[in-house]
Ligand binder design. Structure first.
Ligand code: MF3
Ligand code: CO
Length: 260
């Protein structure tokens, strides 16, 4: 069941979307060789609480933390740990904030120090894939048009898209219908309508599309242990226009020299 929102309800989603964006900006300042992912999690947790939000991942279905930490081959839902970031790593930070009864969801993959040129290009391409998906999101088109646009863009560049996890609707719950896969056929799936609020989140592998889920039931890694990257925005469709509710501007402001 897809819950279409009124323009007023969409306005009420802005504080959550803004706070999740600011949280990624705050975490960005701390990403450097030597920091543990547990430290990043603590910073995000306190920042969200200090700003009147609730870390929505913490306790969700038993998830143990505020941030999903995606280092190198981790695709999604990694746990913060004592792992110390190293020069050349990539790290995706994915989190959801609840504020004023609504959720905002965003993810950004960062380079730690100097990374390999090919990996840097990969990050730029996966970020571009997010905007390709957003561009394909138009009233009167279908969810499959978004999926196909993301898949085609990524596969043309020699990457593969993960099948097991999808983007999703969002609102009072972090996961609502419809599912927004990163692969699929044009002209299939639900019609895109005014009032839809969805997250587009390409999860893209440098190598094969195959993933494994760890025994804890959460942490998802590439089977071939090659890098995976992930970018996500929360969007709303209002008056036949797509509005991106989350923003990477806070990340850019926090790390202007390292912004990808
Ligand atoms: N963006 C992630 C998702 O949509 C956020 C997951 S939070 C978690 O799955 F608690 F489920 F891990
Ligand atoms: Co999401």
């Amino acid at each position: 069941m897809i819950y279409l929102k009124t323009p007023d309800q969409i306005e009420q989603m802005r504080p959550a979307a803004t706070l999740v964006s600011q949280t990624l900006g705050e975490v960005a300042k701390w990403i450097e060789p030597g920091v543990t992912t547990r430290k990043l999690d603590a910073i995000a947790h306190d920042f969200i609480r200090d700003n009147g939000g609730k870390p929505a991942c913490l306790g969700y279905g038993g998830f143990p933390a505020t941030l999903c930490i995606e280092v190198n081959e981790t695709v999604v839902h990694g746990f913060p740990s004592g792992y110390t970031l190293r020069e050349g790593d990539i790290i995706g930070i994915d989190t959801v904030v609840e504020k004023d009864g609504y959720n905002g969801d965003s993810c950004y993959t960062f380079a730690v120090g100097q990374v390999d040129e090919k990996v840097m290009q990969f990050l730029k391409d996966v970020k571009a894939a997010l905007y390709v998906g957003i561009e394909a999101c138009k009233v009167g088109k279908r969810i499959g048009d978004i999926s196909n646009a993301v898949q085609t863009f990524c596969e043309r560049r020699g990457y593969s898209v993960v099948r097991e996890m999808c983007g999703h609707g969002i609102g009072k719950s972090m996961h609502e219908d419809p599912e927004v896969p990163n692969f699929g056929r044009r002209g299939t799936g639900p019609l895109i309508k005014n009032g839809m609020t969805i997250c587009i989140e390409p999860m893209v592998n440098m190598g094969s599309k195959n993933v494994i889920i760890e025994k804890n039931g959460w942490e998802c890694r590439t089977r071939d242990r090659k890098n995976s990257a992930h970018y996500e925005h929360t969007l709303a469709i209002v008056d036949d226009e797509v509005q991106i509710l989350t923003t990477f501007d806070y990340i850019q402001a926090a790390i202007p020299d390292r912004f990808i």
